[in-house]
Design a protein around this ligand. Structure first.
Ligand code: NAD
Length: 466
């Protein structure tokens, strides 16, 4: 099948490469000239495991090409997949500016019987709206609008494409549903569940799924706070809860507040849909505000750990909104770092992939190429992203680099007893604080010790700052 994928971002580029891998001929389009130039030069503008090889292979086989010419790509396509951004719009609703712009551009170009599919996450009723936008410009044209929401996760996007939990096709006629089923035929033949439904149902499936997952994250964050007050251990609680097959263990890890390109804006859009249809969604409304305050709460707790120390230095490890991505959109670090800086803290930072994206947004941060260099001379290390490499940090090396001895782990990556035994004050989420066994500087060679009376003398306060 001849396919045009409009948008070469996380979803569009992954979809284009994976659909080509399924055997279709794909033209991937973006208005961003620099992105297409990079791709034409053989470079991939985003970090996603397995994507580079997939693009190389399919480009070499002639099944995948890139262009900035939307109309040309749409003109030869049997299916046009729209995967442009839908950022947070006014009132929390998804901003459809880019989707509408694509609709207007392809309207003049598409041939009769083309299936136009919206993969972007869009407001309920958008497929009908886009049908009108195109129909207004091409009166009498026989074409279809469908909805095919995307569920891939950044960091495992390629694997998620080939091993999805389900494929949802929203179509209001059988013919376009059949066309899209053919697009995904190899996956469906392997047993991937297929849900064929109406366009409006498909749109609501996407928002409901994301709102529900975000609720799990927000809920377990609050449970973690409760664990701290009740002297319980969130890990034990999550284990006991997650083994219940009705609940499952996924999305039950406490953290600094969810971020990324989807959960924050999709929960806001879900709440906006409730208001628009006069059917308020108070659970999600509360979740949206609670998640914002969560990030501020984490910043306050980090500051409290510094006990008003003047000229304090903090190392932030991880600025991506999650591990295995370079995406920093709405990441907790983007809220926490400016609060630390406003309080007079000097911030050093390390992230294996996301430095370039974050450094465009947060200023006055000293970036480093390895975590130990970032921790050099700092009073506190704040782990904000669950990168696997942070789980296995060499603690004795860390102790030699740090001035202070506090690790504030917003991802519960380490074993509290082990960290404490290495002389650190270890603060994590929803777990009892473990007293330091020996000063972290014990491992430092003589002469390298830095005397820091304020921090070292600080009491081990268990009660978190809210
Ligand atoms: N990122 C995710 O994990 C994820 C997962 C599921 C769904 N989604 C949804 O998929 C959509 C795309 O998300 P993303 O993360 O890939 O966004 P992105 O910002 O990474 O990419 C969007 C791309 O669209 C391009 N674009 C904008 N207007 C265009 C136009 N008129 N013509 C051609 N290209 C245009 C941009 O230049 C950009 O490269 C959003 O609606 C998002 O909510 C994202």
């Amino acid at each position: 099948m001849q396919v045009a994928v409009i948008g070469a971002g996380y979803v569009g580029l992954t979809t284009a490469a994976c659909v080509a891998e399924l055997g279709h001929t794909v033209t991937c389009v973006d208005v961003d000239i620099s992105k297409i130039a990079m791709l034409d030069e053989g470079n991939v503008p985003i970090r996603e495991t397995g994507l580079d090889a997939l693009i190389d292979r399919n480009r070499a086989s002639g099944r995948l090409q890139f262009t900035t010419d939307v109309a040309k790509a749409a003109a030869r396509a049997e299916a046009v997949l729209i995967a442009v951004g839908t950022p947070r719009g006014a009132g929390g609703d998804a901003d459809l500016t880019h989707v509408k712009a694509v609709a207007r551009e392809i309207a003049r170009a598409i041939r009769p019987k083309t299936v136009v599919t919206i993969k972007s996450t869009v407001a309920v009723g958008t497929a009908r709206l886009i049908r009108e936008v195109i129909a207004e410009r091409r009166r009498g044209l026989d074409f279809w609008i469908t909805s095919n929401p995307e569920f891939l996760r950044e960091g495992s996007a390629v694997r998620d494409f080939f091993e999805p939990d389900r494929i949802v096709i929203g179509a209001d006629d059988p013919e376009p549903a059949a066309r899209l089923t053919e697009l995904y035929r190899p996956l469906i033949d392997q047993g991937v569940p297929l849900v064929v439904t109406s366009t409006v149902n498909a749109e609501l499936i996407k928002y409901t799924a994301n709102a529900f997952l975000a609720l799990k994250v927000g809920f377990i964050n609050d449970v973690a706070d409760l664990c701290e007050e009740a002297e319980a251990d969130i890990n034990a609680v999550v284990k006991g809860v997650g083994l219940d097959r009705r609940i499952g263990p996924q999305f039950l890890s406490p953290g600094p507040g969810f971020g990324g390109s989807c959960f924050p804006k999709d929960t806001e859009a879900f709440a906006a849909a409730g208001r628009k249809f006069s059917c308020p969604q108070p659970l999600i409304e509360t979740l949206v505000t609670r998640n914002q305050t969560r990030k501020h709460q984490m910043a306050k707790r980090i500051l409290a750990e510094l006990h008003g120390l003047s000229h304090a230095r903090v190392a932030v490890l991880g600025v991506a909104f999650k591990a295995d991505t370079d995406d920093v959109r709405d990441s907790a670090a983007l809220t926490i770092i400016p609060i630390l800086k406003a309080a007079g803290v000097s911030v050093r930072a390390f992230d294996p992939w996301a430095r370039a994206n974050a450094s465009r947004i947060v200023k006055d941060v000293a970036w480093h190429d390895d975590p130990y260099a970032a921790c050099s001379g700092v009073d506190l290390v704040a782990i904000l992203t669950e990168w696997e490499m942070f789980r296995t940090l060499d603690l004795s090396l860390l102790a030699r680099h740090m001035r202070g001895s506090t690790i504030f782990d917003c991802r519960n990556l380490m074993d509290p007893h082990h960290v404490a035994s290495q002389g650190f004050r270890y603060v994590s989420l929803g777990r009892p604080a473990v007293p330091r066994v020996a000063p972290a500087t014990a491992a430092k060679p003589a002469g390298e010790r830095v005397h820091l009376p304020t921090l070292r003398g600080a009491a081990v306060a268990r009660r978190p700052v809210r």
